[in-house]
Design a protein around this ligand. Structure first.
Ligand code: KG4
Ligand code: ZN
Length: 333
């Protein structure tokens, strides 16, 4: 019986493979090889290194599911957006599997994948509002009953997660920076009171580059005074406080208009507990049902790609092998 959707993800620095059981609505296998350690010493993802590591990791992950391959009905793969050289790895393997197993291939948008991380083993609950916070994106989305996506706000420069990565890099704390900055912030206090970006600006967009500059100047001053070590937690706390206040400022304005009955938070940075707690307070005011992905599935993973691919599979939305292209940007960018 062909009852599985194989998901493949390689859009950035995680190689991942998953199997979604279409009959029992279950993720029956998920494995990921992360490249964080290899990129850490560079303070960010090095594309050429990412490509080489995917080439080694993806076949290794595929080997672990050989016994399931006869049951795979279709292969779903992230083909946009992402690093071109990373996307190529997953898409090439998906095309080879599609040809060898004589099964359809389905290109999946990575951002839509993140949305389905909320409903890995359930039916989707649209309409709803979404905050997408990852290393590549910061967006507020409105999803209609039929799943149509409208972008209500996005960033004009860095993303929320990226700004954590850049602050961590400035503090020599490695990559990725989200978790390490969040942990340091918990130990510190908001001593530096950084200006919240675009606070009195009506534009519904995000910008993190000015905040990053404030942090850079503060780090330089602390280093000059020989007090950087002593201020690590307070710098992290002040940065995180301003970054979250920026998200909440724009989100509250849009929420006041949309008054969503259901709201979801997705993307790697949705693991941030301080952000989660602020959003919980907001959702409570409006009585909205709030959805978060399980922590394990906030960051990039193939389970969400397999699940999102299943939606297209149900509708017979398949791609031609030769026509399926990779796309570093997508229509939501
Ligand atoms: O979704 P994801 O795995 O990759 C992209 O699609 O970009 O998100 C990774 C991003 C990184 O920038 C990482 O620093 C950030 O999510 N991140 C966090 C936290 N955990 C991960 N940012 C803030 N707080 C966290 N706890
Ligand atoms: Zn992602």
């Amino acid at each position: 019986m062909k009852d599985l959707i194989l998901g493949i993800e390689s859009s950035c620095d995680d190689s991942s493979v998953a199997l979604f059981d279409t009959v029992n609505f279950k993720i029956i296998h998920h494995e990921k090889i992360s490249q964080e350690l290899e990129h850490s010493k560079f303070g960010g993802v090095v594309p050429e290194l990412a490509a080489r590591l995917h080439t080694a990791a993806l076949p290794k992950l595929a080997e672990n599911i050989l016994e399931f391959l006869p049951r795979v009905a279709a292969v779903a793969v992230t083909n946009e957006p992402g690093l071109s050289v990373s996307l190529i790895g997953g898409v090439s393997m998906a095309k080879a599997l599609s040809l060898a197993l004589e099964i359809p291939i389905i290109g999946v948008n990575h951002l839509i994948g993140h949305i389905y991380s909320l409903f890995l083993e359930d039916a989707a609950q649209f309409p709803m509002g979404i905050l997408l916070v990852s290393g590549g994106h910061t967006m507020i989305l409105d999803i209609s009953n039929s799943g149509e996506i409208a972008v209500l706000a996005k960033t004009s420069d860095d993303s929320f997660g990226e700004s954590f990565d850049k602050v961590a890099k400035m503090l020599n704390l490695g990559y990725p920076g989200g978790k390490v900055i969040e942990n340091l912030a918990r130990e510190g206090e908001d001593k530096f009171h950084f200006t919240v970006p675009l606070l009195h600006d009506k534009r519904l967009e995000f910008s993190f580059s000015g905040l990053k500059n404030q942090v850079r100047l503060t780090i330089a001053k602390c280093a000059e005074d020989g007090k950087l070590e002593a201020n690590l937690s307070d710098i992290s706390c002040s940065f995180q406080t301003a970054a979250i206040a920026h998200i909440m400022d724009k989100l509250k304005r849009i929420y006041a208009e949309k008054k969503w009955a259901k709201f979801g938070v997705v993307g790697g940075a949705s693991a941030n507990l301080a952000l989660r707690s602020e959003i919980q307070n907001l959702a409570q005011i409006y009585g909205s049902a709030l959805y978060f992905a399980p922590l394990e599935y906030c960051s990039d993973n193939a389970a969400m790609i397999a699940r999102a691919g299943f939606e297209k599979y149900k509708n017979g939305e398949f791609d031609e092998i030769s026509a399926l292209k990779i796309n570093p940007k997508c229509k939501f960018d």
